[in-house]
Write a protein that binds this ligand. Structure first.
Ligand code: SAM
Length: 464
């Protein structure tokens, strides 16, 4: 068995009583591994017919699957094509309980690396928008890359503290996810670093920060809106304790239970606070389900007053320049125009969600969907644009099979030869976009971003 902190073992034994033996035995088993299929890019049935992995459904997530212990989906070109996001199965649940619908205005307040933000964006189906916020600069960049790989077009990435966001966006969002930073006890089985960082006082310290974050999040939810608070830890201080504190501070919020999630157990008021309402929260235990463990609370805000209305971003910052280079790129390379307000920041061109409010006083990392860069009178399309395009939209495309040597060479940044044609071509793997190339003189020049290039598994059995 993995080595667990002694104070953690003692605390769980005292809290869990009869259930303790099942809980502790679960640490002899392997961590569960899962992936969420990207329905923005591919139909689930088609994915299941193509994927060379041993997949079984995760019962609580319509697009979630466990994969086999021998599978390495992170090393397959379908990963680079954004056909799925590798996600721990219990971490799939908070987004499902938030119940995002197309057209909603969504905030993911603690969003990096972006698994849940991607699920929420997929539920939007391209309508409405999501602001994915992450306070840490390096993690915010990873969040940007992940949403780009998944082909999300209606996400804005901010790098803000919750209090500054709350000042600009009061009573605004239909849906808010607070997937809070926590002591990570549910990560012990798969992450030794989290185990070594844990201490007996960490849950208390985390709970103070969680209350702070949740309090600001509440200020941004529109009346009648829904907010989900989640952690990947077991400590009552960070879970029922935070929820109890929040309900006392915010009588305009109440806990709701959502039908159809019977796999999960109730929260445990008897562990802390003794408020019976807390049994409406959810606990996901590693010895009761196939998942590493989570805590989830679903709140609704009473319908009093109307939602906040704010000046629109594009009305204030809308494009004034003539963009002939961009327009001729679209005309020459795509069969369809890209509709929506455009915005230039320095030399970068973005497509902005139509109903996006004015965020000019905030630290915005990406104000929308990055289309490309206008430099020295030329338009260079972005990797994000390639990732969001379908093969049929591109005038010129080159397709490689998922088990081919060529797709591995492309993702590794190599130039390939023997190609007819001239100019931009969308590179696809089994029909799904993975990046750009430029054709000239029989060569396929590689435009796969340098920072993403890598060596993939070259399973010889797969290649034969
Ligand atoms: N939701 C993410 C996902 O599914 O990929 C995981 C989020 S992780 C549990 C919590 C995130 O909150 C971390 O990336 C951390 O940097 C961020 N964070 C820490 N303090 C924060 C704060 N005060 N406000 C907002 N985010 C914070």
């Amino acid at each position: 068995m993995i080595e667990l902190p002694e104070a953690f073992i003692n605390k769980m034994e005292e809290l869990l009583g009869e259930q303790y033996s099942g809980f502790i035995e679960s640490y002899n088993e392997r961590a569960n591994q899962g992936l969420t299929v990207n329905t923005l890019k591919i139909d689930i049935k088609i994915f299941l017919s193509m994927a060379p992995f041993d997949l079984t459904p995760v019962p609580w997530s319509k697009d979630g699957f466990y994969y086999g212990y021998r599978d390495r989906p992170g090393k397959h070109p379908y990963y680079d094509a954004g056909l799925y996001y590798i996600q721990e199965p219990s971490a799939m649940a908070p987004a499902r309980l938030l119940d995002v619908k197309p057209g909603h205005k969504v905030l993911d307040l603690c969003a990096a690396p972006g698994g849940k933000a991607f699920q929420l964006a997929a539920d939007l189906k391209g309508r409405g928008f999501i602001i994915a916020n992450e306070i840490d600069a390096a993690r915010a960049r990873v969040l940007g890359e992940n949403l780009e790989r998944m082909g999300v077009k209606n996400a804005v990435i901010t790098r803000e503290s919750p209090d500054r966001l709350a000042k600009v966006l009061p009573d605004y969002f239909d849906r808010i996810l607070v997937d809070a930073p926590c002591s990570g006890e549910g990560m012990f089985r798969k992450n030794p670093e989290v185990r070594s960082m844990w201490s007996a006082t960490l849950p208390d310290r985390c709970s103070r920060r969680q209350k702070d974050i949740l309090g600001y999040a509440a200020q941004m939810l529109a009346p009648g809106g829904r907010m989900v608070y989640s952690t990947c830890t077991f400590s009552p201080e960070e879970n029922e304790g935070v929820v109890d504190w929040f309900l006392k501070q915010h009588p305009e919020f109440s806990l709701v239970t959502v039908q159809g999630f019977d796999w999960f157990e109730s929260g445990l008021p008897e562990w802390i606070a003794h408020n019976p309402e807390l049994s409406k929260t959810y606990r996901l235990w590693p010895h009761r389900i196939k998942g590493e463990g989570h805590f989830i609370a679903v709140f609704e805000r009473k319908l009093t007053g109307g939602p906040g209305s704010l000046p629109l971003f594009y009305k204030r910052w809308g494009l004034r320049k003539e963009l002939s280079e961009y327009k001729s790129f679209i005309k020459e390379n795509l069969y369809q125009d890209i509709d929506g307000p455009l915005y230039m920041h320095k030399d970068q061109l973005y497509l902005i969600p139509e109903s996006l409010p004015d965020l000019s006083s905030l630290r915005v990392l990406r104000p929308g969907f990055n289309l490309g860069v206008l430099r020295k009178g030329r338009f260079i399309p972005s990797h994000a644009l390639a990732m969001a395009l379908k093969k049929q939209q591109a005038v010129q495309s080159i397709d490689f099979p998922g088990n081919s040597k060529e797709i591995r060479q492309y993702i590794n940044g190599e130039t390939l030869n023997g190609f007819k044609g001239k100019g931009w071509a969308l590179v696809t793997v089994d029909g799904y976009s993975v990046g750009w190339a430029r054709l000239s003189g029989g060569l396929m020049k590689n435009h796969y971003p340098k920072g993403l290039r890598r060596l993939l598994d070259n399973d010889i059995n797969e290649l034969l």
